[in-house]
Design a protein around this ligand. Structure first.
Ligand SMILES: Nc1ncnc2c1ncn2[C@@H]1O[C@H](COP(=O)(O)OP(=O)(O)OP(=O)(O)O)[C@@H](O)[C@H]1O
Length: 340
């Protein structure tokens, strides 16, 4: 994807949460420690592109999504939207045009919806607060359009319903309709189907893909599920402890992974050809370390079956291993990183 087609560009983006030091730390003048939730991420999303952000719990996916949607502030790096530096833009009026163009969908539709509001009011809320409509007729048209795009038909049947009167799948469609109503150019969807039945998941994913196909909307799809990422995304970015360890096309990352962490994620997933349980492919060992204690060198080395001395000392940079395919592993261009 050429640079000028990027809608979003992150450059060394960082979100560190300071940890309140103890009395002893202060007396001894020890430096303030931090939770390094997002620790220097470079990522671009093209117009109309679907990028999946994949990683285990605690890898920083939600924090990154919150920064992109301006619900949290980065502590370092830059964030450009359509080439404009949005890193330090704050305040509701300054952010109004941005909120019109970038929306977030959360995983828990139950929590995201106000139980006392009707579906109409829920979907109308962003249109009203961003002042995107001039009269009631326009408002009803936009709400209808959004509900229909999210697969709630006929839309008028849902106007006066309350969230508790809807199924889980319908509630998530209302959440999507609320995000769509403003006709955004980028949606950040944080585990949007993880709380839904498997039978409903495919339908919701199809709604998101249709939006891209019909409206050329870009999507950053956050998930811990590699097969789901492969189903929906053009490219997959694999996040480990606040850092991207591998990025490439969905097929490359899924079927030709070149970082031992991605290999382990795939091996843990039999439905995409993983071979978990086979003696030569051990499943991922141990837990993700705390983001307050990021290991020196390659942050994956304590769990990596291939780690050698250099990995414990120096963090590997992203290394090109193919077209659009980068892997941050010292062995990225060595056959061993494919089959660890
Ligand atoms: N406000 C905060 N203050 C301190 N630490 C935080 C804060 N928010 C997140 N963290 C920490 O940052 C790290 C990344 O958290 P984040 O929720 O972004 O990960 P995640 O990949 O989305 O995980 P999950 O899939 O469980 O939601 C974790 O160690 C988390 O405990």
């Amino acid at each position: 994807m050429p640079d000028n087609a990027d809608i979003l560009r992150l450059e060394s983006l960082q979100v560190h949460f300071p940890i309140q030091g103890g009395m002893l730390d202060r007396v001894l003048g020890r430096p303030v420690r931090a939770v390094r939730a997002v620790d220097g991420i470079d990522l671009n999303v093209g117009r109309g592109e679907i990028v999946a952000l994949v990683g285990e719990s605690g890898s920083g996916k939600t924090t990154l999504g919150r920064v992109i949607t301006k619900l949290a502030q980065p502590t370092g790096g830059r964030m450009l939207f359509e080439g404009r530096d949005m890193t330090s833009v704050q305040g509701s009026s300054a952010l109004r045009p941005y909120r019109h163009r970038v929306q977030m969908i959360f995983q828990d539709a139950y929590q995201a919806l106000n139980p006392r509001h009707t579906v109409f009011d829920i979907v109308a809320e962003p249109l009203r607060s961003l002042r995107l409509v001039e009269n009631g007729t326009q408002l009803a048209e936009r709400v209808s359009e959004a509900l229909a795009s999210a697969g709630l038909n006929p839309p008028g049947d849902f106007f006066s319903r309350f969230p508790h009167e809807l199924s889980g799948g319908q509630r998530q469609r209302v959440v999507i309709a609320g995000a769509l109503a403003v006709r955004p150019e980028l949606i950040v969807a944080d585990e949007p189907v993880s709380m839904l039945d498997v039978s409903i998941r495919a339908q919701i994913l199809q709604v998101l893909v249709d939006l891209r196909d019909k409206h050329h909307m870009a999507l950053l799809f956050i998930t811990h599920d590699l097969p789901l990422a492969w189903l929906i995304a053009d490219r997959i970015a694999v996040l480990y402890l606040g850092k991207l360890v591998e990025i490439g096309t969905a097929d490359e990352i899924t079927f030709n992974p070149r970082h031992p962490y991605t290999v382990a994620l795939r091996n843990a997933t039999p439905q995409i050809g993983g071979n978990a349980g086979r003696a030569e492919s051990p499943a991922l060992q141990g837990e993700v370390p705390s983001a307050a204690r990021v290991p020196k060198g390659c942050r994956f080395h304590p769990r990596c079956p291939l780690a050698f001395d250099h990995c414990r000392e120096e963090e590997p940079p992203p290394i090109e291993v193919g077209p659009q395919h980068l892997s941050a592993c010292w062995l990225a261009n060595d056959g061993r990183s494919r089959s660890s």
